[in-house]
Design a protein around this ligand. Structure first.
Ligand SMILES: [Zn+2]
Length: 358
């Protein structure tokens, strides 16, 4: 008899263990999606995404070669932010003057002292500045997921950082190049979090939803997954690359609607859910480090099937794993302190305050 673990199974376990050792869920792969936005979304005026399989879709932009994506323009000259343009470049560009009107390079005064999610637009040292924080793209991305979430829950949404009633989107140009950051591989999320902490974006009551306009290797996004993977940053890699045959992360639209999320928009919310602790291992359908097995239309699904189209995704099918199950012995994000309105028995993510590994 040969009671040994098969090599594929062993490899799978190693992958899981590796995912747990690094600071993000294996989320780029989790819930991979071969989705193209359904016609209803296209009808909303979103740019038509390509239909190629992707693991974490993103902005409608080509690969990281200095040319900005369709419709995004290249802000060269307007504020002196000439991007190096080449992967690897010749080193960091001089610090550009990016404190253009309306841009928040510091955390502006908060409307609320409660737990909240701060949206950030983060650029590598040598990346083109597409001003997604200023042109409404990120605000629409958040608005669309808020609309989706409110529809799913019957009301409750998430609480975002606002100032004077407006979404307070922070901006950070980090000192490392895109290639340098991408070389961190699956540790990219940790590297981004370290840069945020260094810049002072680490308030005790905040999770940070980062739209990182740089390349990646192996995923289009990543989240923390407390308590096992502590952290406060949920990140989307807007010019990232998931393993082939997935399309480049930048091949899908973002922020095209305030009411109907496209793939990247909903993927960003997926990473936020991870960072708030979902899906806990005690959930009956938990699988693959923070996901649920079963129906690929579940918002937190991961498995061998492609993720459902954004319009088909459902928040916790059966309401037994991560939202509204009502049990007190397993994480229920309906009770998260980040939910607005604040639940009566609101709780911070497990293990909070999130310890920063690096
Ligand atoms: Zn995931």
């Amino acid at each position: 008899m040969q009671p040994r673990v098969s090599r594929p199974l062993l490899a799978a376990w190693i992958a899981v263990i590796t995912a747990l050792l690094i600071g993000s869920t294996a989320c780029g792969g989790g819930g991979s999606d071969a989705s193209s936005p359904p016609s209803s979304i296209a009808a909303e005026g979103l740019p038509r995404a390509n239909t190629a399989t992707t693991t974490r879709g993103t902005i409608a932009s080509p690969s990281f070669k200095g040319s900005a994506g369709a419709g995004s323009g290249r802000d060269v000259g307007a504020d002196g932010t000439e991007p190096a343009g080449e992967e690897g470049g010749d080193g960091p560009a001089p610090a550009p003057a990016e404190d253009v009107a309306g841009r928040a390079v510091v955390d502006l005064p908060d409307d609320s002292g409660d737990a909240q999610i701060k949206v950030m637009y983060v650029l590598p040292a040598d990346a083109a500045d597409r001003r997604l924080d200023l042109d409404g793209t990120l605000a629409r991305s958040i608005a669309s997921t808020q609309a989706w979430l409110g529809h799913q829950t019957g009301g409750p949404k998430l609480r975002y950082d606002t100032t004077n009633g407006q979404l307070d989107i922070g901006f950070l140009r980090i000192s490392r190049t895109g290639a340098d950051m991408a070389a961190t591989g699956l540790n990219l999320r940790d590297a981004i979090e370290a840069e945020l902490v260094k810049a002072g974006f680490d308030k005790a009551n905040k999770v940070y939803a980062v739209y990182y306009d740089g390349d990646s290797q192996g995923a289009c996004g990543g989240g923390a997954w407390p308590p096992k993977l502590p952290g406060k940053v949920a990140a989307q890699y807007l010019r990232g690359h998931a393993p082939p045959p997935a399309a480049p992360c930048g091949s899908q639209p973002i922020g095209g609607s305030t009411t109907v999320p496209a793939y990247l928009d909903i993927a960003a919310l997926h990473e936020i859910f991870h960072t708030l602790g979902a899906v806990a291992e005690c959930a009956p359908n938990h699988t693959r480090a923070g996901h649920v097995a079963g129906d690929p239309n579940d918002f937190m699904y991961a498995g061998d099937q492609p993720w459902g189209s954004p319009a088909d995704l459902i928040l916790d099918i059966g309401r037994d794993d991560y939202w509204g199950h009502g049990r007190t012995d397993c994480l229920d994000l309906a009770r998260s302190a980040f939910v607005d309105p604040r639940p009566a028995d609101a709780q911070m993510p497990p293990g909070w305050p999130a310890g920063n590994a690096g």
